[in-house]
Design a binder for this molecule. Structure first.
Ligand SMILES: [Zn+2]
Length: 308
């Protein structure tokens, strides 16, 4: 079986290449960050399982043709879209629909996107469905597998969907019209392996928190510029300041791989992590950004980390 629409993920593709359909199991989880292709992987696998041709998915058998047209009654996708999770009613409906007689393949494939966003009550309802010997294969997708109940996890085989490498994202973005190579490369660099996120950055520009984090990082060689960038982050909303901290940590750990002054980067990284932890105590954004600016002053003044 293969994954004609899924980008990257060569390890997963090799793993499934020679797997007979009856060895796939009836409960699978595809776990990975948002926008990395989990639903694409699930849909590809569903097409392969339901395919009646030789090279699954063959693309030309009646089932494959119906999959392409979006009319395959043996396939259903629940909870699609980043913000949505299936409701408990949908989970119950899923159960009753799985009893309906299926077509060519003799079984159904249900994909449940964002399964980690189901509340415990809905997950328990889902568990009941997974425990029943129904003629249905369930493919769950989630960002963080640990957000699923242990009882649900233990019923499923978990496969990780890897973030895409930057070159793959740039190549995909280059197919879009109206953007320069430079814009595509910048969007890919900020997208953390998510094609969806890269497309979003390209279409809507950088978010305020990402802009602030990049400004801070590019100012690192200049004490005054860093001080200004830290203070500028004080204009962010509370949510954006948290996202600024997350983005900054990501940029700092990237920088550590190439920069010689790692001691200073580690001090900064730890400080930002500490700020994120203290945010639960509700300090104001201006207090946090002010403290960050003061910390940078000490850092550059050699009070915390001697200059290299
Ligand atoms: Zn087929």
């Amino acid at each position: 079986m293969f994954f004609p629409s899924l980008l990257g993920n060569e390890r997963l593709k090799r793993m499934f290449a020679d797997m007979p359909p009856d060895k796939v199991g009836s409960a699978i989880i595809f776990a990975g960050a948002d926008g990395t292709g989990k639903v694409t992987a699930a849909t590809d696998l569903a097409a392969a399982l339901l395919c009646t041709g030789a090279d699954r998915p063959c693309g030309s058998c009646p089932s494959c043709r119906r999959m392409k047209a979006g009319t395959n009654s043996d396939f259903e996708l629940f909870g699609e879209g980043l913000e949505k999770a299936p409701t408990i009613d949908q989970v119950r409906e899923m159960r009753s629909r799985s009893f309906v007689r299926s077509g060519d393949a003799g079984f159904k494939v249900f994909v449940i996107a964002n399964a980690d966003r189901l509340n415990p009550q809905s997950q328990n309802a889902l568990l009941k469905v997974l425990e029943e010997p129904l003629n249905t294969v369930f493919i769950l997708t989630c960002a963080n597998v640990m957000d699923l109940l242990q009882t649900v996890r233990s019923r499923c085989t978990v496969y990780n969907i890897e973030p895409l490498d930057q070159d793959t994202i740039v190549r995909e973005l280059s197919r879009l019209e109206g953007y320069t190579r430079q814009q595509c490369t910048e969007a890919a660099a900020m997208a953390q392996g998510s094609l969806e996120k890269a497309r979003d950055i390209l279409a809507n520009g950088q978010s305020a928190h990402e802009k602030a984090a990049l400004q801070f990082c590019s100012a690192l060689g200049n004490e005054l510029a860093v001080f200004k960038a830290a203070n500028a982050a004080g204009a962010l909303s509370r949510e954006d300041y948290m996202l600024f901290c997350i983005a900054l940590c990501r940029h700092l750990s990237d920088k550590m791989k190439t920069d010689s002054n790692t001691a200073m980067l580690i001090e900064l990284y730890d400080y930002i992590q500490n700020q994120m932890n203290t945010m639960t105590q509700n300090p104001s954004v201006s207090a946090l950004s002010g403290a960050l600016a003061a910390f940078c002053g000490d850092l550059y003044g050699g009070n915390i980390c001697p200059k290299s």
